[in-house]
Design a protein around this ligand. Structure first.
Ligand code: NAP
Length: 290
């Protein structure tokens, strides 16, 4: 792979930011990878692990002279990160991010910059684990995974190609959609399941017999609840930043659950089996690989 960038800045060198940096190094895409995080220890660790080349202790210094800036902090910190870039970022710099909700990134940029920069192309890699921090990062995280690129109405064609080609260069398949459409789709496929998993485990933990419940938890329980071990702060921020779409999905789910509840209460085996059959067929058809 040929070098695509002289300098790339990663704001937030955790699981996702760290994995991007490692993948860029693996594919030799960049001469100089600069990192920033709130805690100096975290970026020092990232340098010691060879994930980034160096770090700066302010966002402004970190983005200075960068060809590409990638924001990879929890969603609640986006607006503050954009604010700290004012005056330090060149109009030619391409800015992207990895946030799990997209309309709120566009709104944060509008609030801070007034008008959206043509160099801003939000994106969301559909890849991750329930672990956090730079130690959990690895260079193949995005290989054969999808990244959704969500250009704004004013993103420039050249910035869209830079961001799309960058993701392809680290192994991802790139799909494009509007930020609003992304938020609806992801609310249903990712945000709702996380809310349900957190809520189920929370409910069980309040039951009197909870130690017995967890002791006898079998494979199905593990499969269903693995994602409840994800980072609570990150998921709080996702709920706060994709409120409307998550509430829409949650309402649809509550209505369906109510139907199932009624069928169980009425000993209505036909309806129960119909719902389970539909779910099994949908999963067997659409979810490939277990
Ligand atoms: P992470 O491992 O916890 O890393 C977050 C990074 O941001 C750390 O370097 C952290 O270091 C820094 N940070 C945290 N709060 C900050 C603040 N207020 N100001 C500045 N820096 C801050 O998180 P992650 O899993 O990589 O997630 C990062 C982003 O990726 C999130 O927006 C998330 O929605 C998105 N995402 C995550 C996944 C996933 O599965 N994990 C998948 C796709 C997208 P300090 O604490 O020292 O500042």
């Amino acid at each position: 792979m040929t070098v695509m960038f002289n300098r790339v800045t990663i704001i937030g060198v955790g699981l996702i930011g760290g994995s991007i940096a490692r993948a860029m190094k693996k594919h030799q895409l960049c001469n100089d990878i600069v990192g920033y995080a709130r805690r100096e220890n975290e970026v020092k660790k990232a340098v010691a692990l060879g994930v980034i080349d160096r770090y700066e202790s302010s966002v402004a210094e970190a983005v200075n002279g960068a060809d590409l800036v990638i924001v990879a902090v929890p969603m609640g910190a986006f607006e503050s990160m954009f604010r700290q870039m004012i005056g330090a970022i060149s109009p030619d710099t391409v800015i992207t991010d990895v946030g799990s909700a997209k309309s709120s990134v566009v709104n944060a940029a509008k609030n801070v910059f007034g008008v959206l920069p043509p160099g801003l192309v939000p994106a969301h890699p559909i890849a991750g684990t329930e672990k956090s921090g730079v130690e959990a990062s690895f260079d193949s995280l995005f290989e054969n995974r999808c990244t959704i690129v969500t250009p704004t109405a004013v993103s420039s064609e050249s910035a869209i190609s830079v961001v799309s080609n960058f993701w392809r260069a680290i192994g991802a398949e790139v799909v494009s959609m509007t930020p609003e459409h992304h938020d609806l789709v992801l609310a249903a496929t990712s945000h709702l399941p996380h809310v349900l998993a957190f809520s189920l485990v929370d409910t069980l933990s309040h039951m009197q017999e909870h130690s017995e419940i967890f002791r006898f938890a079998a494979g199905g329980f593990r499969d269903f609840t693995r994602i409840a071990s994800s980072d609570p702060t990150m998921w709080r921020d996702i709920c706060l930043n994709n409120k409307d779409a998550i509430l829409t999905s949650l309402k649809k789910y509550e209505d369906q659950l109510k139907k199932l509840e009624e069928a169980i209460a009425n000993q209505d085996g036909v309806t129960i089996e119909k719902i389970f059959n539909n779910a099994k067929n949908a999963r067997d058809t659409h979810v490939i690989g277990g």
